[in-house]
Write a protein that binds this ligand. Structure first.
Ligand SMILES: [Zn+2]
Ligand SMILES: [Zn+2]
Length: 116
C-alpha cells in the first residue's frame, strides 16, 4: 500500500493522506482526501461502488475514472475528530495547509513495510 505524508513547515501540522482520489482494487472502495470544515484537519473519505456493479464486474479491474463515473455511494463517516459532515476535497496538486493556508510539503512518499 502506497502512502504519503504531508507536512506544513510553517505551523508544524502533518497528515498521512494520499492527497487525491484513488480506487482501492482490493476492497472496491474509492478514497478521497478531504479537509474537514469544522476542525480543519485532513482525512480520507470513503465511497463504495454500487453493489450491483460489483456483483456483475467484480473480477474486472476498474480505473479510477470509471469508478467515479459509477457514482459511488458515500459511506465515509466524515471527520473522525469532530464528526462534522461538512468537508471539501483536498488535492496534492495544491496542498494548502488547512491550519494556516500556506503550502504543505510532501514529506514522504513510498510503501509501508510489508510483512510478507
Ligand atoms: Zn500550516
Ligand atoms: Zn473535523
Amino acid at each position: 500500500m502506497n502512502y504519503s505524508i504531508f507536512k506544513c513547515l510553517f505551523c508544524g501540522y502533518s497528515a498521512q493522506v494520499q492527497g487525491e482520489s484513488y480506487f482501492d482494487e482490493g476492497s472496491y472502495k474509492v478514497m478521497q482526501t478531504k479537509v474537514c470544515n469544522g476542525c480543519k484537519t485532513l482525512f480520507e473519505d470513503l465511497y463504495d461502488l454500487p453493489i450491483e456493479w460489483v456483483i456483475l464486474n467484480g473480477k474486472d479491474p476498474v480505473s479510477l475514472s470509471k469508478a467515479l463515473s459509477l457514482s459511488p455511494h458515500h459511506i465515509g463517516t466524515g471527520c473522525l475528530k469532530c464528526s462534522k459532515p461538512s468537508s471539501t476535497a483536498w488535492s496534492k496538486n495544491k496542498p494548502v495547509c488547512p491550519k494556516c493556508n500556506k503550502l504543505m510539503t510532501l514529506k514522504y512518499n513510498g510503501n509501508l513495510p510489508s510483512k510478507d
